[in-house]
Design a protein around this ligand. Structure first.
Ligand SMILES: Cc1cc2nc3c(=O)[nH]c(=O)nc-3n(C[C@H](O)[C@H](O)[C@H](O)COP(=O)(O)O)c2cc1C
Length: 159
């Protein structure tokens, strides 16, 4: 299976999740991990699975991920399984104002998945969020393992 994982990361946490996901996909020779600026949205084929991950910034993916997504041609993801992930802070640790705000603006992963589906992809797994402590991390304990398990679940469902 050919899988491509495209990510952006400011402080390194989303990159760690992307690499944990890649490490869980077997056989590993068909798996590529690229930062958004390195991935050519015009040359995605042939891939079976595209996973796009971003930090959540103001409820949205970063500009680099938004640009990557916007440059994928219409219908380029036909017959490609797609899904997405983001990193985010844990809303329950925040004050009520932030919790309400986050409830309204949402997270990056759902938006990414909708765009990927809009480019013709079929959803291989529901989008997922992974928790960072503070803006710069570290990742909450156990999140790398959860990311690997999430990736293995995608492979199972594609069999
Ligand atoms: C400008 C900025 C805006 C952010 N907005 C949100 C947000 O709306 N919701 C959220 O859950 N986390 C938010 N965060 C926390 C980020 O999700 C966190 O910095 C990110 O997951 C770290 O990933 P990285 O290490 O890959 O950059 C924000 C962080 C920054 C710097």
């Amino acid at each position: 299976m050919k899988a491509l994982i495209v990510y952006d990361s400011v402080y390194g946490n989303t990159e760690k999740i992307a690499r944990a996901i890649a490490g869980a996909i077997t056989p590993s020779d068909g798996v590529k991990v690229l930062r958004a600026g390195e991935a050519n949205p015009l040359e995605l084929a042939p891939i079976d699975l595209l996973i796009v991950g971003s930090p959540t910034h103001g409820g949205r993916p970063t500009p680099a991920i938004q640009e990557f997504l916007s440059r994928i041609p219409a219908n380029a993801l036909k017959n490609v399984g797609v899904t997405s992930f983001d990193t985010r802070f844990q809303a329950k640790d925040k004050g009520v104002g932030i919790r309400i705000l986050v409830g309204v603006i949402g997270y990056a992963a759902g938006r990414i998945a909708n765009t990927l589906k809009g480019k013709g992809g079929y959803l291989a797994a529901p989008p997922e969020g992974f928790i960072v402590e503070g803006n710069e991390g570290p990742l909450k304990q156990g999140e790398l393992e959860r990311a690997a398990g999430w990736a293995k679940g995608i492979l199972e469902s594609k069999k």
